[in-house]
Write a protein that binds this ligand. Sequence first.
Ligand SMILES: Cc1cc2nc3c(=O)[nH]c(=O)nc-3n(C[C@H](O)[C@H](O)[C@H](O)COP(=O)(O)O)c2cc1C
Length: 266
Amino acid sequence: MKDLNTDICIKCGSCVRECPMNLIQMNDLPEIPETAEAFCCQCGHCRAICPEGAIGGFRESKIEGNEKFTITPEEMGSHMKLRRSIRHYSDQPVTRETMEEIFEIVRYAPSAANGQPVEWTVINDPDKVNQISSRTMEWMNEVSKGDSPIKDIMPLDSMIESWENGMDPILRKAPCLVVAHAHSENNMAFTDGIIALTHLDLALPSFGMGGCWAGILNIACNQHPPLKDVLGVPERNTVIYPFMVGYPKYQHQRIPERNQPKIRWE
Ligand SMILES: Cc1cc2nc3c(=O)[nH]c(=O)nc-3n(C[C@H](O)[C@H](O)[C@H](O)COP(=O)(O)O)c2cc1C
């Protein structure tokens, strides 16, 4: 096994049990057969579980006190229930440093076979975000003149009217827009992107921030490919979803009611 420090491995078999692909075999020492190496998804679980830190040249440091799961179910519940879609943003600018801190958390989101395929475009400029809404409204105006089925799923006329009245029904005058995208040939990336965005959504409130899924822009991008260029998404990539980000202007005073979960216990 590459990266195994044979002097300190105690042959406990933790790495063998932990490998999600069952690639590691315990011979004299844990080993990955050469033919199986290509299947390693580099998830790092063998390094993370090893009690001796014998794998990987200590690339990952040992978890210390404040990195353990210390959030109680009540605290986690509050955090997740208090998250709201934010549709009114204060003038406080979003800094690149803060976004970097947030992505430092978000990059730990799970992904299929640890593929980590999601790429990001951060449009952290209120004027540019407004420009994207403006281009989307141009498309809406065109669509509203024809008989597109989009008219059945979107209240185009009221959105056009609210835009004309100085509001932004597309991106809500958010100061920052994050776009998750991935290589078009990766057909597992969509789910990974949605998961990563969900991590972003949940991380934001801990920074005093908030956001909202930009579903209308997403539909527009799917219907009108030129919008993809406006979002700064590379040619080879497909948009997974755009997401508004900023500082909430107002504080929600209560948690809105939600349906009971529909669960079948078998
Ligand atoms: C995939 C998705 C797309 C959404 N698109 C929009 C949107 O385009 N505009 C908007 O104002 N809210 C959008 N939302 C927010 C939902 O309306 C919101 O999540 C829902 O009403 C529940 O409110 P909450 O997020 O505050 O709990 C979207 C949410 C999701 C998950």
